[in-house]
Each structure stands twice: as C-alpha cells, then as structure tokens.
Design a binder for this molecule. Structure first.
Ligand SMILES: Cc1ncc(COP(=O)(O)O)c(C=O)c1O
Length: 384
C-alpha cells in the first residue's frame, strides 16, 4: 500500500476508535442519569474510590527514581534491551558475590518460576506444601507434563520442612518453598530453611520463591541466595513487583547455578521477555533503601490497622511478615465475604483451595486499608 495512504487509513482508524470510545462513554453517562457521573474504567489501575487490596501490590511505587528512569528509557523504546539487561544482571550478581551467569531476568518472577517448573517436569514432579503460590508451577499440570505433589495441611498452616524433606522420593525433581509464604504471610525460621535447603538439594532441585523477602525485617538473614554461591542446587526467585512497587512493569529474576540458568532459559526466559522501561525502573530502584524503608513502614502501619480492626470484631489473622494478611473468618465463607466487601468497593481475595473460611487482604494505601477496616463491621453485620 502507498505509504501516505496507509498512514491516512491508520489515522482514520485511530480517530474512529477514539470517537467510538468517547461515544460509548457519553452513552453510558447518559444512561446512568444526571446524578451520577460514570467514570470510564481506567486502563492502568483501580477505578477511583476502589480499594484494591487483592494482589499484594505496593501502590506507593514506582519510586520517584524509578519514574524518572522510565521516562528517560521510554524515549529510547525503539531499541532492544540487551545492554540494560546486562546492567541489571550484573548489579544483582555483584550484590550477592555471584557472576551474571548465575542470574536470569524475566517478565516478572512468574516467567522464571514457570520456566523452573517446566524444567523440573522434564525429569519428575514438583513437591510443595498444601498451600503456596502455585500459579506458575500449575503450568506442568495444565500442559500434562508433570504433577504437583502436596504435603498434608497443618493446623498452624505453617510449612513442615521435615515432612517435606521426607516426602522427596525418586519421583520428585523439584521441591518448592515460598518464603515468606503466600497466602499465609508466614516466614520460616532462617536457620531451619538453610538446613533444609542444603539437605534437600542433595536429593532434588530446591526452588525458593522469595517474592516477599525484602518486606521481612532482615532480608539478608531470610534469603538462601548465599547457598547458591556455595554451589548448592537451589533456585531463588525474586521480583520487582512487590516492595519495589513495579508489578505493572514486569521485571523479576532467578538466581541459580549457571548450568541451571542455561537450562531454564530454554523455556521463555532471556532478554527478549524484558522491556526497556521496566528495566530502567528496576535499575534505578534496586538499591533504593530509602524507598524500601518507606514502603515497609507503610505496610507495617497497614498491618497494625487491620490487626486492631480484626481484634475489635473478634477475628484474627496469621502472623504475617509481608504486605498481606490471611484472616481467619471463623464460621464465615471467604467467597461470600469477598463479594460483600466488593459491594463496599473493597477488593480482596476469595477462597483458596479448601480453605473456605480464610480471606487474604493486601496492605495498600493507608486510606484504602481504612476502607477495609470501615467496611469490616458492616459486612460482618450483614453476614451474621
Ligand atoms: C509468592 C509469589 N511469587 C511470585 C509472584 C509473581 O509475581 P511477579 O510475576 O509479578 O513477579 C507472586 C505474585 O503475587 C507471588 O505472590
């Protein structure tokens, strides 16, 4: 097609699209009546007035440094990301005394976690506790290439590392520990975790999903990354989606032995899954201790607000070290509770597996947490 003609058609198409969208918005506004102004659903976050507490994001991000870097990087969005990938890999490696070959980046840690699961499925099944963030590992079941074997649930909802170790038989190629765990928010004793990883990695690969590590009181103590440096067959997954407040920018990473990294990179990892703005943001805030301390303080304040409100209404939550809490609703059904909270413009999670009376809430902006605590008595009253 002639260049100027195709450009004209493209512009016409764009204009037509925008007009249609505007027409739809104004029709919706009219239909809603004169009293109510209908807000178009925003593309990039929750609608105004909605407390989005259902995905463990950090709404205080991106940090000012990350925002500035994204702006600059977006202007160079015409170029592929090889150099920025190398820069971030090197920064991460240096921080842990490793080489860039020990690190791979992905579109969120989800990309890495899925690649780890698919790699594991080539030689066996995955072992995990009854409840953990299994969204990515379930890919092996969805693709019918492997299975997730789960330990029985404990009353405390903690992870029983001894039982986990004993359950590693010849059918297991990878054991997965989410630490701190999601949705429980609980942390494993660091020494117990290290001992487990050293022992278990002699039998199979250990995958430690540390998405919430930087939210704990002592991230260096609570990580098993040093065990990778010691040569153990351990994969550690980390992300910029949580404390760094970059969930929408999709940057995460895995740290493992170089040969393991090479194996996993066959399954959708590598520089081609990354974007310039996300990388720029990650590079800019990786060492931004001030922003992380600020975010952690806000999370702590949120947790205190939720704990106090739960206590006031005779409820409790598991001891969380993360930006979310797992609330015991007693007799109440967590899905009905979620639906009732949604009517109050508070978005939280519903039922996990057969944990029918457990409800997860994330710590968002404090005024959103306040919406949760204000809605709580109303919803409890309606459900009683
Ligand atoms: C424990 C855990 N790991 C990994 C992820 C994946 O996050 P992302 O792909 O944004 O890094 C999540 C997301 O909620 C999570 O809770």
């Amino acid at each position: 097609m002639h260049k100027s003609l195709s450009r004209r058609l493209f512009l016409q198409g764009t204009t037509a699209g925008v007009s249609a969208a505007l027409a739809a918005t104004s029709t919706a506004s009219l239909a809603a009546g004169a009293k109510e102004i209908v807000q178009p659903t925003p593309l990039y976050g929750p609608p105004p007035g909605v407390a989005k507490l259902n995905a463990n994001e950090n709404p205080y991000g991106p940090s000012p440094a990350a925002l500035k870097a994204m702006m600059e990087a977006s202007q160079k969005g015409a170029y592929y990301v090889y150099d920025s990938v190398m820069r971030l890999k090197t920064m991460i490696a240096e921080r842990h005394g490793l080489t860039p070959e020990h690190v791979t980046l992905g579109s969120g840690s989800s990309a890495g976690l899925a690649a780890a699961a698919i790699t594991a499925a080539q030689t066996g099944n995955i072992l995990g506790p009854d409840l953990f963030w299994d969204t990515t590992s379930r890919v092996v079941e969805i693709q019918s290439i492997g299975a997730i074997k789960r330990l029985p649930k404990l009353e405390s909802l903690a992870i029983d590392l001894d039982a986990m170790y004993n359950a590693i038989d010849d059918s297991i190629s990878m054991v997965q520990v989410t630490n701190p765990n999601n949705p429980t928010g609980m942390l494993i004793n660091p020494q117990a975790m290290r001992n487990f990883c050293i022992k278990a990695s002699k039998k199979c690969t250990v995958l430690a999903d540390e998405a919430y590590n930087e939210l704990t009181d002592n991230s260096d103590l609570n990580t098993v990354i040093p065990l990778v440096k010691d040569g153990h067959d351990i994969i550690v997954a980390r992300t910029f989606s949580k404390i760094y407040g970059l969930a929408g920018m999709r940057v995460g990473y895995l740290i493992a032995q170089p040969e393991k990294i090479e194996q996993m990179e066959k399954y959708g990892l590598g520089w081609y899954g990354l974007n310039q703005a996300g990388l720029a943001a990650a590079i800019a805030c990786y060492e931004d201790q001030r922003f992380m301390d600020y975010s952690r303080a806000k999370v702590l304040e949120g947790r205190e607000m939720v704990s106090a409100a739960l206590k006031e209404h005779g409820l409790s939550a598991l001891p969380s070290v993360t930006n979310f809490m797992f609330v015991n609703l007693g007799e109440l059904n967590a899905e009905k509770f979620r639906a009732e909270m949604a009517k109050e413009n508070v978005l939280i999670r519903g039922i996990y597996r057969d944990y029918t009376n457990w409800s997860r809430v994330s710590m968002g902006h404090l005024d959103d947490v306040e919406k949760y605590t204000a809605a709580l008595p109303k919803v409890l009253h309606r459900m009683s």
